[in-house]
Design a protein around this ligand. Structure first.
Ligand code: GRF
Length: 321
């Protein structure tokens, strides 16, 4: 199995979601491992459980620390544990913007409502008082605004006619324990999912001027120019021609450049079957750690190589501004 994503969990109390994540990670197929449980409360109940399960812990009270400085203390603990992701599970702290932006796309939270409904506290009572027939829980990416980042997954939980906030909370908690490990597993594996990779390449390819998506012999591709006379500047090969890899195919200047690239980074580049002969190089996308700026650079270069002069001038002009 590929290396597992390293996850640090931040808690402030009971830690039942933390426990659900630790138990999920015991499954040998689970794509993440819990490398640290950290808390802003040394008395948090979850810490003892984490220790008993053999997970490293870190605890330091936030009292007397300035917000950003305290975030850095927690962040250092996560970095020391070489965490790829920070997962908030009942972590009762408002986070500084700088900290959130350093972990953009790599910090998740769970919230006990169907966001965007009821961010903040007292979600159960608010849902009951509003007369809602369902509530639930949401896993989302953490952004600068409280409980409002992109939603990764939700579970609906029916509200019963005689529900109290406590009873509703205990059922939502059951749903949370199912949802969080599943969503986290999907999220950390997304870069191994060919559909996700195609979507991501497509987003970058279509940012370039005068481009459109077009399938070619079953492979997703992107062209520059008009619907009729456009030319391909990129394809994604999903095990095409029996190859092992999922890779981006882009134009090089020719065999010399291709050979040099493959020699320098043989784990990243290869000469694809059939297309290789006409100057296309394959860049692996299935490594689990794609450098998307690098991919965007290649798309741009390939685009410039095949775009008609009057269009490729557009990029040069855009760059002058
Ligand atoms: C959960 O209800 C979660 O949705 C919210 O805080 C609570 C944490 O509970 N963010 P636990 O510490 O995971 O048991």
């Amino acid at each position: 199995m590929a290396e597992r994503a390293r996850v640090a969990i931040f808690i402030s109390g009971r830690g039942s979601n933390m426990a659900a994540l630790i138990y999920a990670a015991k499954h040998e197929e689970c794509p993440f491992e819990v490398v640290l449980v950290a808390s802003n409360d040394p008395e948090a109940r979850g810490l003892a459980l984490a220790r008993a399960e053999g997970v490293d812990t870190f605890a330091q009270s936030h009292k007397g620390h300035e917000r950003a400085a305290f975030d850095e203390v927690m962040e250092d603990a996560a970095r020391d544990a070489r965490a790829d992701y920070i997962v908030l599970a009942g972590y009762m702290r408002i986070l500084s913007e700088a900290f959130v932006s350093r972990w953009k796309g790599r910090m998740l939270n769970i919230h006990p409502s169907l966001l965007p409904k009821y961010p903040g506290l007292d979600t159960y009572a608010r849902a009951i008082e509003a007369g809602d027939s369902v509530s639930g829980c949401t896993v989302h990416l953490v952004t600068g605004e409280l409980d409002s980042g992109p939603i990764l997954g939700q579970t609906e939980v029916a509200i019963l006619p005689d529900d109290t906030p406590d009873r509703l909370a205990s059922r939502i908690l059951i749903a949370e324990h199912q949802l969080y490990p599943r969503v986290l597993a999907d999220y950390v594996s997304r870069e191994l999912d060919p559909d996700w990779l195609v979507e991501k390449v497509g987003e970058l390819a279509l940012e370039l001027p005068e481009t459109l998506a077009r399938t070619s012999h079953g492979a997703p591709g992107w062209r520059v120019g008009t619907e009729k006379s456009g030319k391909f500047f990129a394809y994604v090969s999903i095990h095409h021609h029996g190859e092992e890899a999922v890779a981006l195919l882009v134009k090089t200047s020719g065999p010399d450049e291709m050979a040099a690239l493959i020699e320098a980074e043989p784990d990243l580049y290869y000469k694809p079957a059939y297309y290789g002969a006409s100057g296309w190089i394959a860049i692996r996308l299935d490594t689990g750690e794609v450098d998307w700026d690098h991919i965007a650079g290649w798309l741009r270069k390939s685009w410039s190589m095949v775009a008609p002069k009057k269009i490729s001038g557009l990029i040069a002009i855009a760059e002058e501004f």
